[in-house]
Design a protein. Structure first.
Length: 278
């Protein structure tokens, strides 16, 4: 109340006693005059004149432009006041001019950390990430301070998922498989079910290897047992042959004694030979 404004008449209706005025038209008309001296790609310096849910307004050189929330920072933010406050001195690049609307970007003047940070990740790799936001179409996963990925609802489970929050909880960490990486679009696709599937595959593989090891051990033990039995059989045959050889030897040693006894039967019987009669 009591403040003087420059306004432009946009409607006059004497019958209805209506007079409609616009301050915005005056501002826009003034802005059009100054807009001739700027172009897309220019870097401007100004002060933050307002902060709203969808971004921040910046005044510079008698002009005012909007920095959308997506153009404030490379990091994902929930509110513009996480980055700027009213009265802050900022630099921004002009990225759009439409009639009297000027669109600015602060993040274009900053080095994109996403491009460098994402180089350490590879498609097919299993990574751990924290759920930072859920939506009907999926969940946003933070892998580190610079890189976020999206796990689409179709990649959460092999079964149909009615709600994302039925599978994932905000703040919890899970294992995901990287499906795709698009540095230019800052997109990284993740899959929860693929990571779980790999765990199952690895467990199955490990169980298979264990089973194969057990079978090999059984076969080895069986072969060792057969080899032992074979050795015992050979030893038994050898012992038997030795025994037979010994018996034959003993038999041969006894045979000459018997012949000697036959030549001298009296000696063998112990009787004397009868004397001849006179």
């Amino acid at each position: 109340m009591g403040r003087k404004l420059n306004v432009k008449i946009i409607t006059v209706d004497q019958k209805e006693n209506k007079l409609i005025l616009s301050e915005k038209k005056v501002v826009f008309d003034e802005q059009k005059k100054h807009m001739k001296k700027i172009k897309v790609g220019d870097v401007v310096e100004g002060k933050v004149s307002g902060v709203v849910d969808f971004g921040a307004f910046v005044k510079f050189d008698n002009l005012e432009g909007l920095v959308h929330i997506s153009e404030l920072s490379w990091q994902r933010i929930n509110s513009p006041d996480e980055v700027v406050k009213i009265g802050d001195d900022v630099k921004a690049e002009v990225i759009g001019i439409d009639d009297t609307k000027i669109t600015l970007s602060m993040k274009k003047l900053q080095k994109d950390p996403w491009v460098e940070a994402v180089k350490k990740y590879k498609v097919g790799e299993i990574v751990e990430g924290e759920v930072i936001k859920v939506a009907p179409y999926g969940a946003f996963i933070q892998l580190d301070k610079d890189v976020h990925g999206l796990a689409h609802v179709s990649e959460l489970s092999s079964k149909k998922v009615e709600k994302t929050e039925n599978v994932l909880n905000i703040g919890d960490k899970y294992k995901f498989k990287i499906l795709s990486i698009d540095p230019e679009e800052h997109r990284l696709g993740l899959s929860l079910k693929a990571a779980q599937g790999k765990k199952v595959t690895e467990a199955t593989k490990e169980a298979k290897v264990t089973k194969e090891d057990e079978e090999k051990k059984k076969e080895t033990a069986k072969a060792q047992k057969a080899e032992k039995a074979q050795k015992e059989d050979k030893k038994e045959v050898k012992d038997k042959a030795k025994k037979e050889d010994k018996a034959d030897k003993e038999k041969k040693e006894k045979k000459p004694k018997a012949k000697k006894a036959e030549k001298n039967p009296s000696a063998s019987s112990g009787q004397e030979k009868p004397k001849a009669k006179k």
